[in-house]
Design a protein around this ligand. Structure first.
Ligand code: C2E
Ligand code: MG
Ligand code: MG
Ligand code: MG
Length: 277
């Protein structure tokens, strides 16, 4: 009888819950084991100088390799943030990206920057300076080889602590960029307050640059402002030659997108980099 009612209780439980909640719980449990089971991998997407076509950097993008296939970050990063798991996960990303950058230097590939995404929680919870410093020294990597991609949401939180951390990053020599620029709260005041090196123009503006005059105007304005502030610009999500041409006309420095290369596993990216070298 106990077994029978147990089964009924279970059935009631599942029927009462919506599927996405159940899916989330399962994902959450499995995500906890992903790090120790070494199911996390980094893909790398090249970043090119628009004028010369040379690769000047790569962005590390996290993937979760499960038996059912590759899970994109949009599916698990929000969960990792909710559970705080993003902190150890993000530390692993920094270590692994630095290790890979060192491997490519040792293999004789031309020096380039390795860009890593940071989440707001990681920025405020973790002792990020120690994580970054340890990763750089473990890989014997110059600080200027590492670029940290910040989001606008990081910059609007806890301004004093953020400022102190960013200043320490500057002092270390690590490069800083603002990801998805133009989609957040877009207070331009933080460009004056925080020392960043590069703005990453969000792909939504790039997507519409050839069809929508407003997007084109926004890109032009961002590039001009960046140039006056001595910041570099990179356009994300470049998919077509006509987008590249429109970007070239604005004076944008760098490009990243499927037109040039998709995010790739390390070995494939290395082959691409050798082909371009
Ligand atoms: P993001 O940093 O803005 O990365 C750019 C995203 O655009 C990537 O998606 C990339 O695969 C995609 N992309 C690149 N070129 C193109 C293109 O030409 N067209 C289109 N439609 N998409 C393109 P992905 O890899 O799925 O990553 C999504 C987001 O997840 C990232 O956006 C970033 O915010 C976050 N993320 C990825 N890895 C990490 C990580 O290690 N830590 C943290 N905290 N967040 C990460
Ligand atoms: Mg990014
Ligand atoms: Mg972005
Ligand atoms: Mg994005």
């Amino acid at each position: 009888h106990a077994k029978q009612s147990g089964r009924n209780a279970y059935r009631f439980f599942t029927e009462a819950m919506n599927v996405s909640t159940l899916e989330r719980l399962t994902l959450q449990q499995r995500l906890h084991q992903a790090l120790e089971r070494q199911e996390l991998v980094l893909y790398y997407q090249p970043q090119l100088d628009l004028a010369s076509g040379r690769v000047v950097g790569v962005e590390a993008l996290l993937r979760w390799r499960t038996p059912e296939g590759l899970v994109p970050p949009g599916k698990f990063i929000p969960l990792a943030e909710e559970t705080g798991l993003i902190v150890p996960m993000g530390a692993w990303v920094i270590q692994e990206a630095c290790r890979q950058a060192r491997t490519w230097l040792d293999a004789g590939l031309p020096p380039m920057t390795m860009a890593v995404n940071l989440s707001a929680l990681q920025f405020h919870r973790d002792n990020l300076l120690i994580t970054v410093g340890d990763a750089l020294s473990a890989a014997s990597l110059p600080a200027a080889s590492l670029e940290l991609e910040l989001t606008e949401s990081i910059l609007i939180q806890d301004a004093e602590a953020t400022l102190a951390t960013l200043k320490a990053m500057n002092a270390m020599g690590v490069l800083l960029s603002i990801d998805d620029f133009g989609t957040g709260y877009s207070s331009l005041a933080y460009l004056k307050r925080f020392t960043v090196d590069k703005l990453k123009i969000d792909q939504s503006f790039v997507r519409d640059i050839t069809s929508d005059g407003d997007s084109a105007a926004i890109v032009r304005a961002v590039v001009q402002m960046a140039s006056s502030l001595k910041l570099k610009t990179i356009a994300e999500g470049v998919e077509t030659e006509s987008q590249a041409a429109a970007l070239r006309a604005t004076g944008c420095d760098e490009v990243q997108g499927y037109l040039y290369a998709r995010p790739m596993p390390a070995a494939e990216c290395e082959a691409y980099l050798r082909g371009k070298a």
